[in-house]
Ligand binder design. Structure first.
Ligand SMILES: [Zn+2]
Length: 389
């Protein structure tokens, strides 16, 4: 067993022990149907025929419409898990949040081959940047990456590894959080909805935005990416977990929101803490008590196990805690690390030959290269046939 893999698995086993000590699965997990199986195109309908909105509590009698709403976004690979308990106005609000979530997930969904909306073509969406100058197109034969040199940065990470950075379209982190956190509401039991009024309002309206923006932990998502060029979860999986302990701070060292929502989709595992009204009440008292500053508490993390050959072929999964509490629009660079399989690592000489200056060669090794030099560098990695003079 490789050292890297052994270390990773050891860590995940520890996380698993902590997670299962504090949380238990609520009900059944929901697994997206396999569209290639017989009758694999059958929808899973939550709250079938309910026609009462889980978010705003309105019904048809209140004049709002209902149609089968996607429980998690389509851009996460969901086509068939739908609900009869989301009204049209709430659904329209969520589609705005999903746009922000989509920009946060960035070009990855193209690289991973998550299928787009079109039923006919089942084409993987083309990623485009703000000015349509950079695009990534995935086909059966590979990935076609058009580069706008002015918006792309290339960084050399190792002899055979490089990262390509592309700027995201701007998004508002808090709205991206709502785009995924709101999905958790569909997995609450109907008789629990009254205990999660704050959370339901927080994900579907702007009435708690100021409180969310002021906190660091309320609007967070723990995201674990399994790095490969494949969509490892083409059939998304949804799980809700219940806290075992009596309360949010009932155990030393831990902060235990009443629920944890876990989604596996498109090579990511997302974990979203779901706070009940009682948790929020408790938190308000706690954060002003002064006790908070002196105490170190952590959230139990959902474990993500992988096979050893995955780690050998790609890498260990990357877990990050995304604090999405900001209301300010952001447009960060999204780095995607790639490995080039050319016959040999690029030497300085070869880069010189490709037309890069000494300065540019240094730059690609440190901060990264932008502008026209990006094209010269890419050409040196994947040499284009030269004309015979
Ligand atoms: Zn509604």
């Amino acid at each position: 067993m490789s050292h890297t893999y052994a270390t990773y698995e050891e860590q995940e086993s520890r996380l698993e022990a902590d997670f299962t000590a504090h949380y238990e699965l609520q009900g059944d997990q929901i697994v997206h149907p396999d569209p290639t199986a017989p009758r694999g195109d059958q929808q899973i309908v939550l709250d079938r025929g309910l026609n009462e909105c889980r978010y705003c509590e309105r019904t048809k009698a209140d004049g709002v419409g209902f149609k089968k709403a996607h429980v998690i976004p389509e851009q996460m690979g969901n086509k068939l898990i739908v609900s009869d308990a989301e009204c049209t106005p709430c659904n329209e609000t969520f589609s705005v949040y999903e746009t922000h979530l989509g920009e946060l997930l960035g070009p990855l969904k193209t690289l991973l081959g998550v299928e787009g909306k079109s039923k006919k073509g089942r084409r993987v969406p083309k990623f485009k940047d703000l000015k349509d100058h950079t695009s990534i197109l995935r086909s059966d034969t590979g990935i076609h990456w058009e580069v706008d040199p002015e918006r792309t940065t290339v960084r050399l990470d190792g002899p055979r590894e490089f990262s390509v950075g592309t700027r995201h379209l701007p998004y508002v982190p808090l709205l991206a959080w709502k785009g995924i956190a709101r999905c958790a509401v569909h997995l609450l039991a109907l008789d629990e909805l009254d205990s999660f009024q704050w959370f339901r309002e927080a994900v579907s309206t702007d009435s708690h935005d100021q409180a969310l923006a002021a906190s660091t932990g309320l609007a967070c998502v723990i995201s674990t990416f399994l790095p490969s060029m494949h969509n490892l979860f083409p059939q998304p999986e949804l799980r809700m977990f219940n806290r075992r302990a009596a309360g949010l701070l009932a155990e030393d060292g831990w902060i235990l929101p009443e629920k944890m929502f876990v989604v596996k989709a498109a090579s990511h595992v997302y974990q979203v803490p779901v706070y009940s009204d009682a948790d929020i009440q408790y938190l308000r008292g706690y954060t002003t008590s002064g006790e908070a500053a002196s105490e170190q508490r952590s959230l139990p993390l959902f474990p993500v196990h992988v096979r050893e050959d995955f780690v050998e072929n790609y890498d260990v999964p990357k877990r990050s805690m995304l604090s999405l509490n900001s209301l300010e629009e952001e447009s960060p660079i999204n780095w995607i690390q790639m490995r080039h399989t050319g016959p040999q690592p690029l030497s300085d000489e070869q880069m010189l030959e490709a037309g890069l200056t000494e300065e540019e060669i240094q730059q690609v090794k440190t901060d990264g290269l932008t502008g026209e030099a990006v094209l010269k560098w890419l050409a040196s990695v994947a040499p284009v046939p030269r004309s015979a003079t």
